[in-house]
Design a protein around this ligand. Structure first.
Ligand SMILES: Cc1cc2nc3c(=O)[nH]c(=O)nc-3n(C[C@H](O)[C@H](O)[C@H](O)COP(=O)(O)OP(=O)(O)OC[C@H]3O[C@@H](n4cnc5c(N)ncnc54)[C@H](O)[C@@H]3O)c2cc1C
Length: 592
């Protein structure tokens, strides 16, 4: 198995090209997404072996319903994950792990997610985020000390970022790490909440603010990452949270009271912590996307079996078109979600590419798909869908979390829009520094607009898409052209106020997500046709592509048009009235 060197895991938005940022400029960077990054034969064989051994073990050992009921995993399940080698799947071989590529790791993430989402959180909180910082940014000494235990599963890792007062706004954290006078250690104090794996963790990656005295005597508090031994004195755990879903996953508050952290356990330099957190979450999101896509496939599979066997009005319910509609749309969207996470994992494996917006797009699309698919599957199952005897209600509960953690989908939408606008600014120089920090310092958008106002953007095109998809490719290229024009017009109209205009940001992000997913489908389906040897042989894939792309482009068109024509003022008025009065909607006449 190839070990991806550390550097290619870094999205490095300041340095590397990004497909989605290019889209906002009206560009199609085909070289980034074509050809589709399928696994080579050797990797496929290794992956199949891992999948098969996991499936055989899980069939014997993982009782998802029981774990949901008990609110915890049997010890044998956690132990088994270690024995299978899964806890070290993406830890480099040099430290006892398997060194899986991002594509292999994401595929296994998906397999575990489809088997049991809570177990997947155990796996992901450990490796995708818990010890990922050590893998990416640790010194040789830190890697040697911590990673072998993590790889064996004997040391479980957890990621401590969220606090009572700082969730989405992670920079607002108050946990502090005060250096000792002799510089030998830090004293860590603060409370982290919602920490997955907290109950059995042996090591935490903790983010805290270090006070640094500036030349002028003022003190700045800089976010810094630490590797913390979970057994250090001064650490206390709260009770397990009682949750809606993923109940077996252990989630707790972790309190640090003057915990002594040796200076050699600081990760990177003082002040690098926030960048590290973003980078860890960037790659972590991809696993969530694969887990969600696979979860959608699994629960719809159960619904398919039921729809074939359950008869009403003298026929299987699967023969009714309203039921078929749910099956077909979920199939096309699962095809798209799979195409997108795999393509993005390919970008991670390739290195030298900024994939931060693509992982966000994959996570948003797949998490919302998994929740919709679980709901549709439950609906197909009718009354039994609502029963605890069957898997549907648990799937609805379990899939819901993916829209919330590792960046809520609202925050990720704002991130996509603002990061992409930042790229426009950088590219067009006129915006200079203003776009460098889009959340806080927008100033020069007006000059960008003045310079570009009358410029017509030349229309891009695809050259690497199979001719069978010409029509779809043309519609995506047109959409990219229109989005770039929409961005320009939007900046002309709103100037720097765009920072506060989340109605607009959400539309930009939604259009960009649909465009990225559509291009992923073009890339994958081109590859599928070539692999199958003919267009006819790839009919199942082409059907999915020809359903997904037009629907995605219709949504994108609506979003771009609504940048200009919308009800935003009215929406704001309604929301503000409701927030002010505490009454959602005008009372019904019967209540007056
Ligand atoms: C089961 C579970 C496991 C978790 N595991 C971990 C873990 O292992 N480690 C860890 O550090 N954290 C973990 N978390 C925390 C999780 O990442 C946070 O809950 C999440 O980041 C949101 O933060 P919050 O709950 O404070 O919501 P808030 O930030 O208060 O957000 C509330 C709502 O407001 C929206 N919102 C906030 N700001 C904006 C804005 N600027 N624009 C528009 N909308 C906005 C949000 O999208 C959300 O809908 C976990 C949470 C849960 C529920």
């Amino acid at each position: 198995m190839t070990t991806s060197p550390d550097a290619p895991h870094l999205a490095n938005p300041d340095l590397y090209p990004s497909f989605t940022k290019g889209v906002f400029l009206g560009e199609i960077r085909e070289d980034l997404l074509f050809p589709f990054p399928a696994l080579d034969a050797g990797e496929r064989e290794s992956l199949n072996m891992i999948v098969d051994s996991f499936r055989a073990w899980a069939a014997e050992n993982v009782d998802s319903k029981q774990m949901d009921h008990d609110g915890k995993f049997p010890d044998a399940v956690r132990q088994g994950m270690g024995e299978l080698g899964l806890m070290g799947l993406n830890i480099p071989e040099a430290y006892g792990g398997y060194g899986a590529s991002s594509r292999v790791f994401s595929r296994m993430f998906g397999e575990i997610g489809a088997t049991d989402p809570a177990l997947c959180v155990y796996f992901g909180a450990h490796q995708s985020i818990g010890c990922k910082g050590i893998t990416l940014f640790g010194t040789e000494d830190q890697k040697q000390r911590w990673l072998p235990g993590c790889a064996a599963g004997t040391t479980v890792a957890a990621f401590c970022l969220t606090e009572p007062g700082s969730g989405s706004d992670a920079q607002a954290m108050t946990t502090s790490a005060v250096p000792s006078a002799d510089g030998s250690h830090y004293l860590l104090t603060g409370t982290k909440i919602w920490i997955s794996n907290a109950g059995y963790a042996g090591v935490y990656t903790v983010f805290a603010k270090v006070p640094v005295t500036q030349a002028d005597g003022t003190v700045k508090h800089k976010v810094t990452a630490f590797i913390v031994d979970a057994h250090a004195p001064g650490i206390t755990l709260g009770q397990p949270e009682q949750k809606m879903g993923i109940k077996a996953s252990d989630t707790r508050t972790v309190t640090f009271d003057n915990v002594r952290v040796p200076v050699q356990d600081r990760l990177g330099q003082v002040g690098q912590g926030f960048k590290f957190a973003l980078e860890i979450l960037n790659s972590g999101r991809l696993g969530l996307a694969a887990g969600s896509a696979r979860g959608a496939r699994k629960i719809m599979h159960d619904a398919l079996v039921y729809a074939k066997q359950r008869e009403q009005f003298g026929r299987p319910i699967g023969s009714f078109e309203i039921i078929q509609q749910k099956i077909a749309i979920n199939a096309a969207e699962t095809y798209a979600a799979d195409s997108a996470w795999m393509l993005t994992a390919g970008l991670v494996d390739r290195g030298g590419i900024d994939y931060s917006l693509e992982t966000a797009a994959c996570k948003i699309f797949a998490s919302e798909l998994a929740f919709r698919a679980s709901n549709d599957a439950l609906q197909i199952a009718g009354g039994i869908g609502y029963s605890k005897e069957f898997p549907y209600e648990q799937a609805v509960r379990d899939s819901r979390i993916n829209l919330i953690f590792e960046g809520t989908n609202e925050i990720l939408r704002a991130l996509i829009a603002l990061m992409a606008l930042q790229q426009s600014g950088e590219r067009l120089k006129a915006l200079g520094k203003a776009f460098k920090d889009p959340l806080h310092s927008l100033g020069a958008i007006g000059s960008f607009v003045a310079g570009r106002a009358k410029r017509s953007v030349s229309k891009p095109s695809f050259t690497m898409v199979h001719p069978a998809l010409d029509e779809e490719a043309e519609s995506v290229a047109t959409m990219i052209h229109d989005l770039a024009g929409g961005v320009e017009a939007l900046l002309l109209k709103h100037g720097k106020a765009v920072i506060e205009r989340q109605f607009l940001q959400a539309r930009l992000a939604n259009a960009a997500i649909d465009i990225f997913l559509a291009v992923a489908v073009l890339s994958r389906t081109t590859w599928e046709i070539e692999r199958a040897g003919s267009v006819e042989a790839a009919e199942p894939e082409l059907d999915c592509a020809r359903v997904f792309i037009p629907a995605a482009m219709r949504r994108a068109r609506r979003n771009v048009r609504a940048l200009r024509v919308n009800q935003d003022k009215r929406l704001s008025a309604i929301a503000e009235r409701a927030l002010e009065s505490g009454v959602l909607a005008p009372e019904t006449p019967s209540d007056r």
